[in-house]
Design a protein around this ligand. Structure first.
Ligand code: AP5
Length: 191
């Protein structure tokens, strides 16, 4: 089985492109953001604890998302592989994911990084705030904090993956279809 990371700052289009890529390549789309929001919607204890952290644009603890992903990997069958969206977000999560995959005879095959200008990220998230109801989209200062958290805690994964030869930058500006074509061109080299 093959494993891809789709990577990039908030608003770079990870979720939008993941849905299309998962369908095209028969991959299981695993989004930790979606899993956490499902916990909040279901009113679970975990959801209640995580919702304040998420509404501020901070990262939830590594162990919470690592446990969620491990459960999903072990309970997902019948696909060509996995597409991880919004996970990993720290180097510690990356190492945990590598260990999980290696222990099951897999590895991270590629990290596709969407490169999008700062102003375009903010524009997309503010536009989404009208419809999404996501508290972390509503306040421009929270959007800026999410981008800062990405730079300080998540971007270091790029160097980690570059050293492993799996880093693939992709221009994330333009139409959804243009970006999908670029991502598909990168993925076609691996599948
Ligand atoms: P998460 O849900 O992962 O949110 P995010 O990284 O902030 O990403 P977004 O969903 O905002 O953006 P995206 O890149 O997926 O873009 P999208 O396709 O939606 O995480 C939320 C929170 O959960 C985190 O802040 C953290 O608290 C917690 N969390 C999650 N995972 C965690 C982890 N592993 N560790 C710790 N904490 C974790 O597009 C955005 C908008 O733009 C949409 O409206 C879309 O329609 C539009 N759009 C997309 N592409 C284009 C385009 N080409 N042109 C115009 N508009 C476009």
């Amino acid at each position: 089985m093959i494993s891809f990371l789709i990577f990039g700052p908030p608003g770079s289009g990870k979720g939008t492109q993941s849905v299309k890529l998962a369908e095209k390549y028969n991959l299981i789309h695993l989004s930790t953001g979606d899993m956490l929001r499902a916990e909040i919607t279901a009113g679970t204890e975990l959801g209640k604890k995580m919702s304040l952290i998420m509404s501020k644009g901070e990262l939830v603890p590594d162990e919470v998302v690592i446990e969620m992903i491990a459960f999903k990997i072990d309970n997902s069958k019948g696909s060509a592989g996995f597409l991880f969206d919004g996970f990993p977000r720290t180097v510690a999560q990356t190492i945990a994911l590598e260990n999980m995959l290696n222990g099951r005879g897999m590895k991270i095959d590629s990290m596709l990084v969407l490169d999008v200008d700062h102003d375009e990220l903010v524009k997309r998230l503010i536009a989404r705030a009208e419809l999404s109801g996501r508290p972390d989209d509503k306040d421009p200062s929270v959007i800026e904090n999410r981008i800062d958290v990405y730079k300080s805690k998540t971007e270091p994964i790029i160097n980690y993956c570059r050293e492993k030869g799996i880093y693939q930058p992709v221009n994330g500006m333009g139409t959804i279809n243009d970006i999908f074509k670029r991502l598909s061109d990168s993925m076609n080299k691996l599948v």
